[in-house]
Design a protein around this ligand. Structure first.
Ligand SMILES: [Zn+2]
Ligand SMILES: [Zn+2]
Ligand SMILES: [Zn+2]
Length: 445
């Protein structure tokens, strides 16, 4: 075989099921391009929309009534203006800093302008002022002025803006870096590049600078939250993504929400909920000792972990697997009550058998008697009520019988070798009232 023949074999492609679960329609809704890695908030989608700010030219959204129809930025400006709300909304213009990246005004020039209020990149500004000595309007139309190639994207991982020099940053990050140096907070510059936030841009959330795994987790979580009907706000989503970047996590499950605001913590738990449910099925859950009810259409969890004998625990799980689909509605509590009755049986075996009940072939009729005596004792001690007492006996009888009819005593099954006498037959038993006298005789079914 030649080397080229070996090389021609296509590599096995491993497809991440999480990626498969993100629909192309959702990616389209968010304007997602895997090369660009920006989420564009779809303002015409009801779960992403809110009325626009009243200030002319400002397109930010207004989420709360107390904002008086102004976005947060414009509201702060109004509060310091001393004007009435009517005066302010009638006269104020969009705040300059609300605008995103400004690119040089020379047609097709790829470089950023030198400042938000300056229309030309530094090279063209130099030519305009020092060489041509004409107005900006004349300069950009001048036939000898040629557009310049960009220097590439800003070196801050989160940023998608053009940098203003061959080696540096976009104007906004260059400014932020100068501030950080002045305040002594820059630290290791390479680390700063990887962790500092992008420049906030209205309606855009940057997932740049995050590992693929985290990007896919955010896309999937957002998709599921939208499906759930949750309202999405970019000004809350953005800090969450920024925190994920600044913590340099490899997966969202590593996120440390300790320093988060209440809102961001809430968003984080929403994303984590969807991730923890992802890929769950009865097949994945049945091997665990605590089951996520979600895999079975239930809320909360089912706990088998307190059943210490593996044969009894596995048989109880097998019963639950058989039982859950037969129930309708919110039945988790009933199932857990059955499991808890077996936990009592497990406790009794562990406390009373020399081998703690580990050997399935060693338990027999006597252990049932000890168990019933123990329940009566717990009832007398008021540890369990008369009602719980009756119910536990009934549930254990039902489950031990059902486990046998499910074939769990056959070879290769958890109860193989279990003595035929390890059952609860129909019989009456007494509970004791608080006064110590026999209270009531129950005929258990
Ligand atoms: Zn505004
Ligand atoms: Zn230019
Ligand atoms: Zn930048």
């Amino acid at each position: 075989m030649t080397i080229s023949a070996i090389a021609a074999v296509p590599a096995l492609e491993s497809v991440d099921p999480l990626v498969e679960a993100i629909s192309p329609e959702f990616l389209q809704l968010m304007g997602w391009d895997p090369q660009v890695r920006l989420l564009f908030i779809p303002r015409d989608h009801p779960q992403f929309s809110a009325p626009a700010c009243l200030i002319e030219g400002c397109s930010k959204m207004v989420y709360y009534a107390f904002q008086q129809g102004l976005c947060v930025g414009c509201m702060r400006r109004w509060e310091t203006s001393g004007q009435s709300i009517e005066e302010f909304t009638g006269t104020a213009k969009r705040y300059w800093r609300a605008i995103g990246e400004v690119i040089c005004g020379v047609p097709q020039c790829a470089r950023p302008s030198t400042g938000l209020a300056k229309p030309l990149c530094s090279s063209h500004q130099y030519q305009q002022r020092r060489v041509y000595k004409i107005s900006v309007e004349e300069f950009v139309r001048h036939p000898d002025v040629v557009p310049l190639e960009g220097f590439g994207i800003c070196h801050v991982a989160a940023c998608h803006r053009q940098r203003q020099s061959p080696t540096g940053y976009c104007p906004a990050h260059a400014q932020r870096r100068r501030n950080a140096i002045r305040q002594g907070t820059l630290g290791d510059e390479d680390h700063w590049r990887r962790t500092t936030n992008g420049i906030p841009q209205h309606g855009v959330v940057s997932l740049r600078g995050l590992p693929d795994r985290v990007v896919n987790e955010i896309l999937y979580g957002l998709q599921e939250r939208v499906r759930e009907g949750v309202m999405q706000k970019d000004y809350l989503l953005r800090p969450f993504c920024d925190q994920a970047r600044s913590q340099q996590i490899a997966t969202l499950t590593e996120v440390d929400a300790g320093s988060f605001s209440r809102h961001t913590r809430h968003i984080a738990s929403g994303f984590l909920k969807h991730l923890s449910r992802f890929g769950l099925s009865p097949e994945t859950e049945r091997h665990k000792d605590i089951w996520s009810g979600y895999a079975f259409g239930l809320t909360g969890s089912l706990y088998f972990d307190k059943i210490t004998q593996s044969w009894l625990r596995e048989a109880t799980k097998a019963w639950a697997l058989d039982d859950i689909p037969k129930r309708r509605g919110k039945s988790k509590q009933t199932i857990q009550s059955h499991i808890n009755a077996i936990v009592q049986l497990s406790d009794s075996l562990r406390l009373n058998r020399p081998d703690q009940g580990v050997d399935v072939r060693a338990v027999a009729r006597d252990d049932i008697t000890v168990f019933l005596t123990r329940l009566r004792f717990l009832n007398e001690q008021d540890t369990i009520s008369a009602y719980q007492h009756v119910r536990m006996v009934r549930y254990v009888r039902r489950l031990l019988n059902r486990m046998r009819t499910l074939g769990l005593a056959r070879p290769d099954q958890p109860l193989h070798g279990l003595c035929e006498t390890f059952v609860l037959g129909p019989r009456t038993f007494r509970t004791t009232s608080r006064t110590g006298k026999p209270a009531r005789t129950f005929r258990s079914k």
